[in-house]
Write a protein that binds this ligand. Sequence first.
Ligand SMILES: Cc1cc2nc3c(=O)[nH]c(=O)nc-3n(C[C@H](O)[C@H](O)[C@H](O)COP(=O)(O)OP(=O)(O)OC[C@H]3O[C@@H](n4cnc5c(N)ncnc54)[C@H](O)[C@@H]3O)c2cc1C
Length: 507
Amino acid sequence: MIDNSPLTEETVTVVGGGVGGLAAACTLADAGADVTVLERTDSLGGVTNRLELGEFTFDTGPSWYLMPGTFERFFDHFDRSVADYYELTRLDPQYRVFYKDGDRLDIEPDLDRIRAVFESYKAGAADALDDYLAEAERTYEVGMEQFVYEDRARFRDLLDPSILRAAPALTHLGSMQDYVAGYFDEPKLQQLLQYTLVFLGGSPHNTPSLYNLMTHVDFQLGVYYPEGGMYSLVEALSALGRELGVSYRTGAEVTGLDPVDGGLRVATTGASHVADSVVANANPAHVERDLLDADQHGRDPGYWEGQTYGPSALLLYLGVEGEVDPLAHHSLVFPTDWDAHFERIFEAPGWPEDPAYYLSVASQTDGAVAPDGHHAVVVLVPLAPGLDDGPERRAAFRDRILADLAENTGVDLRDRIVAEQSVCVSDFTDRYRTPGGTALGLAHTLDQTGPLRPSHHAPGVDGLYYAGAFTSPGVGLPMALISGEHAAEALARDAGRSRLDRLVPNL
Ligand SMILES: Cc1cc2nc3c(=O)[nH]c(=O)nc-3n(C[C@H](O)[C@H](O)[C@H](O)COP(=O)(O)OP(=O)(O)OC[C@H]3O[C@@H](n4cnc5c(N)ncnc54)[C@H](O)[C@@H]3O)c2cc1C
């Protein structure tokens, strides 16, 4: 939070109304800045959005409300609580997994029951899980305290005695695949400990085992559903911002940023204005390639082409007549060997032959999102960014997924879909301006973690800051929220320094 640097004389434009931008706006307005959020689409939230098709309501992007403490901590900064805006329900089961060999299991919100699932696959696996979880919790505690809540975006921020004390918990630099295989040789158990890497935009082969912490998040901190759906978070953040004086403009695309004396000129499809500072929640690749002139920023021109991006996705939003049991609120469908699908995302981009995918049926928890006797089903298939998703390809793949779903879960939706819309790779590029249509941003590979992610300071452009999943700490709602706070704090630190320079020029 911003403690000692009131921003009462500062005008700030936030470019993009995703969760990172909304969090930055609240933090800055609370410190006294005059904040306006400009969002190019017609609604706030970015990928965290709401789609209404007739009487069906869908969360368009995130559907797993994880790490509830991070949201509580955020609202607490403003003397509010999550419960002031929405109630949370802990899901039971948290999720159901359908393996394509006909096997099926539930992960319930009870560690003893999860231990029993592990033990049922291999004698001794429950004890191995205890060891795994103890380490995951240790990594989580250190990671959150030292690297997530604390902004250590520069290497010099690592020169801190507390980092040295934390070092033993941070030696997990090998791949998650090797790390998990050191505990469990049963492929299905390995998948249970690795599927969360997709939340980070990575695969078991390219994500460092630091992210064992995700199993602590999953098995111990739990999976929740906010009353009204995930969009309740966006409504809460925008309501909080309004209470703090933030102005919002939707349908306002920023088309250029130009550093000028004392600030940045912000050009929009309508007019242009000068702001003292800008926080770009629009991703930095778009900002540096499309909004700034090439010679105005200090990033290597090839930088964005050389990065590893998290998956894009095919998303099907389906209003379905009749029951969809045994699909749970969250269900995962995994081939027993999923390496080929990850290869199709990261190494040899193409449409997967035997896809792993995810289904969200919020209507299993929340009757308000579908009419009586119906369900709101979202199917999400991770895909390589940059894939050509022309209408025929997309339609053919959609049919394959629905056939696969019927075969592997017994739930045949094909003759009872009464409302439908889809989103695929090119929609992410068009709507959110992401490179190759990545849905998640920069993957959490070792060389794109911590201070190796783009920092909150735009290189070479005074007064321009970045907030959102492309920066640190990274991908996911809790991280986007925290990145907004960090970007606001970076701005306040710089504003404080320049005020001091004006007062005492030769300090
Ligand atoms: C399909 C999907 C499923 C996910 N599932 C989960 C999940 O279950 N749980 C979880 O925690 N996380 C999940 N995530 C990740 C999480 O949603 C994101 O990390 C987070 O919402 C990103 O927020 P952001 O603020 O960085 O960016 P965004 O949401 O991308 O917001 C950026 C905003 O900038 C706007 N913008 C871009 N260019 C301009 C411009 N020139 N002018 C004005 N505005 C502009 C865009 O329109 C957009 O609104 C999921 C993401 C996706 C896509």
